[in-house]
Design a protein around this ligand. Structure first.
Ligand code: KIV
Length: 246
């Protein structure tokens, strides 16, 4: 698709109906993201998500996905060594994922190699790394300085060389995302990184307005599902109070 100049679409899913609906809609990639921690499980960030939780949600989504490429996130502290990374990736594949993703570039090349050499398709994730949000002091744009831009380019080249089939660029300056996209052969999938990436990914809850308490600045929601849920619940409450009939 990158070679043909065809844009790649990717969305997150955490349960069977959403996975099935997105799949039926024709999205190219479905990610069981560890963003499940924030938009489904109510954690403050993704740093509390466990492998058990990821396996549970991956199994549910896998039951609903037939066409799209199903990628699962490796949660924090489950890829500290190459051996642990391979073990975690294998468990996610056994749960139904066709590929796995972890956060890091040059810093995690040994882990990435262990995964790709085991024959497990691997998607990289560089730029803003939500699992490191506490150390990074918030969700800040990456690539603003020359040094940061060069480090991102080095990360992208390194993950490609280690066998990644694609790389997510999260909140990277658009011009830097463009440079990276032109410099590597594998597709870049952007989130908050401008229009020049080979594809785009969003957290589905942001796209459909299902997490109304916070929407990232770079998202233009296509629906207001939270409002519909509130409307339906209020209508139900009103009907029962009035007539007693469900
Ligand atoms: O967990 C997630 O949803 C992600 C995307 C934001 C890329 O990693």
């Amino acid at each position: 698709m990158k070679q043909r100049g065809e844009k790649i679409t990717a969305l997150t899913a955490y349960d069977y109906p959403t996975g099935r609906l997105l799949d039926e809609s024709g999205v190219d990639i479905i990610l069981v993201g560890d963003s499940v921690g924030m938009v489904v499980l109510g954690y403050q960030d993704t740093t509390n998500v466990t492998l058990g939780e990821m396996l549970h949600h991956t199994r549910a989504v896998a039951r609903g996905v037939k066409q799209a490429l199903l990628v699962a996130d490796m949660p924090i502290h489950t890829y500290e060594t190459p051996g642990q990374a391979m073990e975690t990736a294998t468990k996610l594949v056994d749960a139904g994922a066709q590929a796995v993703k972890l956060e890091g570039g040059v810093s995690h090349i040994a882990q990435i190699r262990a995964i790709t050499e085991a024959g497990i398709p691997f998607m990289a994730h560089i730029g803003m790394l939500p699992q490191s949000v506490r150390e990074q002091g918030g969700y800040r744009i990456k690539g603003r300085t020359q040094l940061e831009a060069e480090a991102l380019l080095a990360d992208a080249r390194a993950v490609e060389q280690a066998g990644a089939f694609s790389v997510v660029l999260e909140i990277v300056l658009a011009e830097v995302a463009k440079q990276i996209t032109n410099a590597i052969g594998i597709p870049t999938i952007g989130i908050g990184s401008g229009e020049y990436c080979d594809g785009q990914i969003l957290v589905t809850h942001d796209l459909i307005g299902l997490f109304p308490w916070f929407t990232p600045k770079f998202v233009s929601p296509e629906a207001r599902v939270a409002e519909e849920i509130r409307r339906a619940a209020r209508a139900f409450i009103e009907r029962i109070k009035r007539s007693g009939q469900a």
